[in-house]
Write a protein that binds this ligand. Structure first.
Ligand SMILES: [Mn+2]
Length: 358
């Protein structure tokens, strides 16, 4: 689960039909298949085997699943003799430096001459950020590998499996299909994606297939304890203080626990950059009284980052999607324009409806 699932360019208030129409931006390339169907897998495999120069992109504000899936995919394709550019609009956090090659991830597509683009862990085309330049890239076949239920199916081929715990689990399956050797580095990157998106095998998305993949990756040399500590447990002292202040500032009303972190609060805490919610929303949903947790963080530009968590039985993916974002039933996010007060009011009134209608 990522904390900052955002979508800054889809205007607010779009109905799902509008967003789906927005997904059809590749008129030059016939859409071949959708969903994680046999056909989609076969088509994806065909494209990957034929490709020579691949641009692989993951989402902005990359989390462990984004970084781990991108790196493992990139390394494996390089192992198959392909030229691969791995790209992400925002550089990965330093905590992921233990993964070999994480500094090879570039912040733009470069010149390229690509014959294939691969999107990993992105639910819509906006999540590709500035790396994807429609004028230069829209005519190139695009394969989408993703597990977000809100995926808009924006690729030429869409391997979208919402039941998968993580995109890393899908990439693992891909590498097994392609019969590529899974080195220790690739295994560590894949296990990072699985561990971070399942919060160390604790989410409802964790299945026997997830555990089987993790077992196989441990056998290939990935350390469960080391990765769990580095990718999930350790945090900076600054973010610990942010978390504490957020918990103190939170309120509980009708099963909704929420916190609004203003620019002033961030300044007082010494948090200068826009760095998400430091895990605050994931902490708030651990309150027994909470059915939904939501955190609002005011960005430097005045926009408001919103993160949602739902207790089992509550679906927060649809709410985020309606506000132009996306995600999973249990974890989702969006970005709203300021001011903070308006963003809070709009979201809370919508969430109260979710609770009433359940
Ligand atoms: Mn993911």
């Amino acid at each position: 689960m990522s904390t900052g699932m955002t979508n800054t360019t889809v205007p607010l208030g779009l109905g799902s039909e509008d967003v789906e129409a927005g997904g059809q931006q590749f008129p030059d390339v016939q859409r071949m298949s959708e969903g994680g169907s046999h056909q989609a897998w076969a088509d994806a495999e065909g494209y990957l085997r034929r490709a020579q120069r691949i641009l692989a992109i993951t989402h902005l504000s990359p989390d462990g699943d984004a970084v781990g899936s991108l790196l493992s995919f990139g390394r494996a394709m390089q192992g198959m003799g392909k030229v691969v550019t791995m790209a992400c609009q925002d550089p990965p956090q330093a905590r992921f430096d233990y993964m070999g090659g994480v500094r090879d991830i570039r912040q733009s597509a470069g010149e390229g001459g690509y014959d294939l683009i691969v999107s990993i862990d992105c639910s819509d085309v906006q999540r590709l950020g500035t790396v994807f330049v429609p004028g230069r890239h829209a005519h190139i076949p695009l394969i989408v590998f993703d597990h977000h239920i809100t995926n808009t199916m924006f690729g030429t081929v869409n391997v979208v499996e919402p039941q998968a715990s993580s995109s890393a689990e899908i990439i693992y399956k891909l590498l097994r299909r392609l019969d590529v050797h899974i080195s220790g580095d690739i295994a560590a990157a894949l296990l990072t994606g699985i561990i971070t998106d399942t919060l160390a095998f604790r989410t409802t998305s964790t299945t026997p297939d997830t555990l089987a993949a993790a077992m196989d990756l441990m056998r290939a040399g990935a350390s469960l304890t080391d990765i769990t500590r580095k990718a999930l447990v350790l945090r900076s002292y600054e973010s610990l203080r942010f978390l504490a202040a957020g918990i103190v500032a939170s309120q509980l009303e009708d099963g909704i626990v929420y916190a609004a972190i203003t620019r002033k609060m961030r300044k007082d805490l010494g948090v200068k950059e826009d760095r998400g919610d430091a895990g605050l929303v994931g902490t708030l949903i651990t309150a027994m009284e909470a059915t939904i947790a939501v955190v609002f963080v005011e960005n430097t530009d005045g926009s408001v980052e919103v993160g949602f968590r739902g207790a089992p039985g509550y679906d927060v993916s649809q709410v985020a999607f309606e506000f132009g974002g996306g995600g999973h039933a249990a974890a989702s996010g969006c970005t709203l324009p300021g001011p903070m007060r308006d963003a809070v009011n709009r979201v809370l009134s919508r969430l109260r409806r979710v609770i009433r209608e359940r």
